[in-house]
Design a protein. Sequence first.
Length: 309
Amino acid sequence: MNQENAYPIGTPGKVWGTEEKDQWLASQTIKRSYQQEVVTKIESLKKDFDVEQYGALSYDTNKYPLFAIKTRQWSKEKATILITGGVHGYETSGVQGAIRFIETKALSYSEQFNIIIVPCVSPWGYETINRWNPNAVDPNRSFYKDSPAEESAALIKYINSLNIELKSEIQIHIDLHETTDTDNSEFRPALAARDAVEHDNWDIPDGFYLVGNTLNPTADFQKTIIETVEKVTHIAPADKNNKLIGVPLEQWGVINYAGRELGLCMGLTEAEYVTTTEVYPDSPSVDAENCIIAQVAAITGGLNYVLSK
């Protein structure tokens, strides 16, 4: 770890135990309201959509209910799509982009698709603007059996129950994320300290990009999303090594990760078409509204691609 990135909690070279994790949790504060910024918007959708509470976080079950929004008139003849946001609670446009899609676009696609939207997987993370949950666990590295993150476990259980009920596999999964400057200033240093490993800073991509699935990259699907998003915001250029966040570029604006092996939300289903969006909200070329619009464009671009097949 570079000296300038030394983290104030823990002892260098020593993996965090309970004491360090408790110290980290004690340093977190509520910075915004999940109830006001998310739940109130979800409540307003009940007229046109089915809103289901699929769980609640044990940290505060009244404060952190978990919601999924579904279109009506489900049919086995339609493809089923899943949109997830807020797996990392600090990634604001993922949450608000998912809600904006429901508010403005979901009904127009409901004739062609069964749609499930889970706008905020990690509400505690949303309120404290955090990547981790209160136990210093990253939900987006925890999508596997016996998950250590209750946020991930609750979503896994919910999606599995839907597939059994509907006898319909999810065909498309779009997971909405951001890459922010705090990845270098906070989250990577914290990760290095927690695990007693080296994590040098990486170049934060200035712009929108996608993360596809290494085992099923669906290059044309990713390309169409990039082309759609490019109409509303700029795409992140590769660095001097032709990489984004340390990963070789697969095509313009796209890298690939092994989603299932890394326990990422994008590996949650067996969907044919999968992508993770990454918006850069700290760019001087964008604002919060542009980031939300970019997330909506990514969803519509992906759906339009599948409709064209």
